[in-house]
Write a protein that binds this ligand. Structure first.
Ligand SMILES: *Cc1c(COP(=O)(O)O)cnc(C)c1O
Length: 397
């Protein structure tokens, strides 16, 4: 194929676009991870991450993708055969369950239809039945990246408290952190699982566990085997600004800058930007006459929108037309949603023209592929992004 000119658009729901200052920081010479310069870098990053995760406790950093931090959350807190209550929100919740099963945990999987967040009342009911407190942890995905549905973590916390149950609360924030409001301490989360390549705007390769005092107490008696993932060696070394093994030095150099970008913009503004962009995308999808996969508007994700294609249309053929014609990459349907939905990522570092360009590329291919939709979705997105001048003035007064 001849060269396609212009910048390709990465609009999958992670990995996301890496801002130039972050790329520049990663490209700097690697420093000595046991030297004095590294210690300053590491201590700064630990405090910056705690600010983003909204915790006063420690944050552990692994040179691994998010999957590693999933495993770390389980092996540090649980023992073979322990019961874990997990909520079936979609493909990522299902993958996390598989890891728990492979580790020899006894997973109780609360069934879900993959079209909304976890239901706190179901969690409360299941915990209330568990009079002997056999369930040692509740594990939920905050933003289910396969479906575009968010779980209300504060409500899950209230459900655990209402059942008067001592289970730990483990939360996957891999695609929500730094895009959607998240509060580790306020919401009483015991282990937060996060990763670098989504809202944090870094390449893949780093993942995180934020750990409560209760989680660290559980780690003292947890008997699942662990070596690489062991929190205790990490926490001892991290206190002094170092790591028990070689950290991803250059990604950490990038992380320092990504934290600064988020701090300069202000987390509240970052969240508002994501929710505004998501609303514009939904206006566009509705104008096309296509269905948003998530069925509960309360659970709509600010991070991505999964769009249902009409019966008889292949979502993958459509995505492939969009990629060839316009160099725009969209997310595919995962697991049981394969070929039934495409996913528009609207998280991380981008702006209105990138969003509108993405939507215009989709609209073009919808028309070219003869998908039965209405034109004019992009105009609705423009209208959603740009309030009329009169309205702006009224709001300012
Ligand atoms: C991306 C993602 C993962 C997987 O993380 P990897 O970095 O691919 O291991 C897990 N959970 C959620 C919610 C995700 O969005």
């Amino acid at each position: 194929m001849s060269r396609l000119s212009g910048r390709p658009f990465l609009q999958i729901p992670g990995p996301t676009n890496v801002p130039l200052p972050v790329l520049a920081a990663i490209a700097k010479p690697t420093i000595d991870h046991r030297g004095p310069e590294f210690k300053v870098l590491a201590l700064e990053i630990f405090s910056g991450l705690a600010e983003i995760i909204q915790t006063r406790g420690p944050v552990i950093i692994y040179p691994a993708s998010g999957t590693g931090a999933w495993e770390a959350a389980l092996v540090n807190t649980l023992s073979p055969g322990d019961a874990v209550l997990m909520a079936e929100t979609g493909h990522f919740a299902t993958l996390w369950r598989t890891i728990a099963q492979k580790l020899g945990l006894n997973v109780q999987f609360l069934p879900g239809d993959w079209r909304r967040g976890a239901i706190a009342a179901d969690i409360e009911a299941r915990l209330a039945e568990d009079r002997t407190h056999a369930i040692k942890a509740v594990a939920v995905v905050h933003n289910e990246t396969s479906t575009g549905a968010v779980t209300d973590i504060a409500a899950v916390r209230r459900a655990i408290d209402a059942a008067n149950h001592p289970a730990l609360l483990l939360v996957d924030t891999i695609s929500s952190l730094a895009s959607i409001d998240y509060r580790h301490d306020d919401w009483g989360v015991d282990v937060t699982v996060a990763a670098s390549q989504k809202g944090l705007m870094l390449p893949p390769g780093l993942s995180f566990n934020a750990v409560s005092a209760k989680a660290r107490t559980a780690a003292r008696t947890a008997r699942l085997p662990r070596a690489f993932w062991d929190w205790s060696d990490m926490l001892v070394a991290n206190e002094k600004g170092y790591f028990p093994y070689t950290p991803s030095t250059n990604l950490l150099q990038g992380l320092k800058v990504a934290i600064k970008l988020l701090r300069d913009e202000g987390l509240e503004h970052v969240f508002a930007r994501h929710s505004r962009m998501a609303e514009a995308v939904r206006c566009c999808v509705r104008a096309w006459g296509l269905e948003i996969w998530c069925t509960d508007p309360n659970d709509y994700s600010s991070v991505l929108t999964a769009v249902t294609v009409p019966d008889g249309v292949s979502a993958d053929a459509l995505r492939s037309d969009i990629l060839q014609r316009s160099s725009v990459s969209l997310g595919n349907g995962l697991g049981r949603l394969a070929d039934r939905v495409f996913r528009i990522g609207h998280l991380g570092d981008f702006n209105d023209p990138s969003m509108l360009g993405t939507l215009a590329a989709i609209e073009t291919s919808l028309m070219c592929c003869g998908v039965p939709v209405k034109a004019g979705g992009v105009s609705q997105a423009i209208a959603a992004l740009t309030p009329l001048p009169g309205a702006t003035r009224a709001a300012a007064e």
